[in-house]
Design a protein around this ligand. Structure first.
Ligand code: MLT
Length: 388
């Protein structure tokens, strides 16, 4: 039988990090020691208190049945409490909080609730690949918003043509930003909220990196801006904040109608997150302060190490104020892909080529700080011996 793939996936390139996993496996199979500074997947273990809560919850029969579709209420309450403490944003846990199987899942499904065939979705470029794909999967048309160095990697919303804005249903934003590590000012969030209000666009802000910050900088929630809840929602993840990428737990908060739309899609697709994982999530949110402070110190040490190494080899970049990514310009004469291939061949250091995040990422490379400090030292040491 001839198996015919849908148009949706026929020409879709492999998911960026699936392709990188493949390259890594090939290198390891050839006997090379690879230092993987690609995906933002924290190497440190999930904190003990979260694990022990999970162990206890796993044995409870009530947790073996289907969880409520929107997530268990005590977790939604813990999310609302955390949002209030962290951002002074008030949320109704019943209607303004939705538990997700990781924020990636929510982002991927959201356009199905709001995009019809031919509608536009605004997507930052470079950006997390799921934004663009999710719009395509829903039959929409992604309109790319370039994030340029000269504009501090913020999109210039005044450059979006009026006829496109009129046909646009939603916009993705992400600050602190992946992959550029740029941060947003309150003014930019205000501009974005006004733009979305004027053009009747849903603003979907991905705040997965809000708790990884340095040097006295502290990211805000876009929901702190006046009028934000009228136009949008914010995505969050336990993955980066609590070293829980493998657990698959995230949430969306904000506008009740948008939350309900996403919730409706989800009731037809999945049956929620294992309640034991959600119970562990409550402990994570309630023990927030101690956990993330320790993590920030570790990432800061790694950031400083990597940045001083990259400086020595002459790369041009701005040390990140937030996220665990360093976004650097590739040396003259290289494309992003050529540089990452050269780096891998010469040093065994695997970094993500900037163009993997979109065409405006060409000319850049992203290094992740989610490898052991000793490995980052080794990467710096190896890179310092190579001429670029
Ligand atoms: C990244 O490395 O860009 C992210 O970790 C990918 C993800 O969160 O799925």
């Amino acid at each position: 039988m001839k198996i015919e793939k849908s148009k949706r996936i026929k020409d879709l390139p492999p998911y960026l990090f699936a392709r990188i996993d493949q390259i890594k496996s090939e290198q390891i199979a050839q006997g090379r020691e690879v230092i993987d500074l690609t995906i933002g997947d924290p190497d440190l273990p999930t904190p003990e208190g979260i694990i022990s809560q999970m162990k206890e919850a796993v044995g409870e029969a009530k947790n073996h049945r289907y969880p409520p579709y929107a997530g268990i209420l005590p977790l939604r309450e813990a999310v609302a409490e955390w949002y209030w403490k962290r951002f002074q944003v008030k949320l109704n846990p019943e209607t303004e909080v939705l538990i997700l199987i990781g924020s990636k899942e929510g982002i991927a499904h959201l356009p199905l609730a709001f995009i019809d065939e031919g509608d536009y979705g605004l997507v930052p470029d470079p950006g997390y690949p799921v934004y663009k794909t999710s719009i395509l999967f829903a039959g929409g048309i992604p309109y790319l918003m370039p994030l340029r160095k000269e504009n501090n990697f913020l999109p210039d919303l005044s450059q979006i043509p009026q006829d496109i804005a009129q046909k646009t249903k939603l916009m993705f934003l992400n600050y602190p930003n992946n992959p550029t590590s740029a941060v947003s000012s309150k003014e930019f969030f205000e501009t974005a909220v006004n733009f979305c209000q004027e053009n009747q666009i849903l603003l979907c802000h991905d705040a997965a990196y809000s708790e990884i910050y340095f040097d006295g900088y502290k990211p805000m929630s876009f929901l702190q801006v006046e009028g934000a809840k009228e136009v949008g929602i914010e995505f969050h993840s336990f993955s980066k904040t609590f070293n829980m990428t493998g657990w698959r737990l995230g949430f969306a908060v904000g506008n009740a109608e948008i939350i309900a739309g996403l919730g409706k899609i989800k009731t037809n697709i999945d049956s929620g997150v294992f309640s034991a994982v959600q119970e562990a999530g409550i402990v994570a949110l309630k023990s927030n302060l101690g956990v993330t402070e320790t993590l920030r110190k570790i990432y800061q040490e790694r950031r400083d190490l990597l940045c001083s190494g990259l400086k020595k080899i002459g790369l041009n970049f701005k040390p990140p104020l937030a996220t665990f990514y360093v976004w650097a310009e590739v040396p003259p004469g290289f494309t992003s892909l050529e540089f990452t291939a050269h780096l891998l061949n010469q040093t065994g250091v695997l970094a993500t080529p900037g163009n993997g995040f979109g065409s405006f990422g060409e000319g850049f490379v992203r290094f992740s700080l989610t490898e052991a400090t000793e490995k980052i030292k080794k990467a710096v040491d190896r890179m310092s011996k190579v001429l670029f």
